[in-house]
Design a protein around this ligand. Sequence first.
Ligand code: PLP
Length: 287
Amino acid sequence: MSRIAYVNGQYVPHKDAAIHVEDRGYQFADGVYEVCEVWKDNIVDMPRHLDRLGRSLSELRIGWPMARKALEFVLAETVRRNKVHNGMVYVQVTRGVSRRDHFFPPQDVAPSIVVTARASSPAAAEKQAEAGISVVSFPENRWPRVDIKTVALLPNVLAKQHAKEAGGKEAWYVDADGNVTEGGSTNAWIVTRDNKLVTRPAESGILKGITRAAVLDLAKKEGLSFEERAFSLEEAYGAREAFVTAASTLVMPVVKIDDTVIGNGHPGMVATRLRQLFHTVTDLKAV
Ligand code: PLP
């Protein structure tokens, strides 16, 4: 089936989808993005994703490319046109097209917007979750504003490639104090020996994940005890369980960190249960 992308007001075949060479996203990584899960013909947690998009835009002083309601429609329409039943929808907004110059372009330059949607296999994801993934630690080397979901992902690309070449699926950033911040494209969690869920506070050092927020809601609903606090790589090595969260992976058990096997080397009970119950706490918008 041919894929369709939405580019600056038009739905176009994927092969013709293009952005100008002087788009500031291309030249300066001057843009932001969101990824929403598509689950059984629903866009998951779209309100939270669009709230975060609005925050990212406002932190960078980029305008909304269209009214929020219109954007909700475009996301759903892109999912529909691509016949994606399970997968994800991606939206990217940049500061627009202008002659290359570091300074912001004139006020009348409109932001650029691209929306794409892609199917993925729930069966393949479940298989991965049943096996669990390995993560590889990596020194934190990103700018301090990782709370903004910008397209400037070069450090994440390099960290994740390092992890892949070392046999892992994800990189875990470790800061100067020896604490895990987050993954290259996921938030990081552990379950302590006394069964407490722990994830780093979202005030600084991490992206405030939408999946993370849903898992915190789920932990409350299920009466699980949890703590938002920093945890060290050493503590993670000795944890009962570990897992990562993101819209693209949901709750994904971690069974190995560097050379250390976590727990009994199999996905933990807490992570598995959180994965099973995940969609009971999410907002679902039918496409
Ligand atoms: N942290 C980073 C660096 C990410 O890139 C992502 C997702 O792309 C996340 C965390 C998880 O965020 P979310 O749950 O909103 O997908």
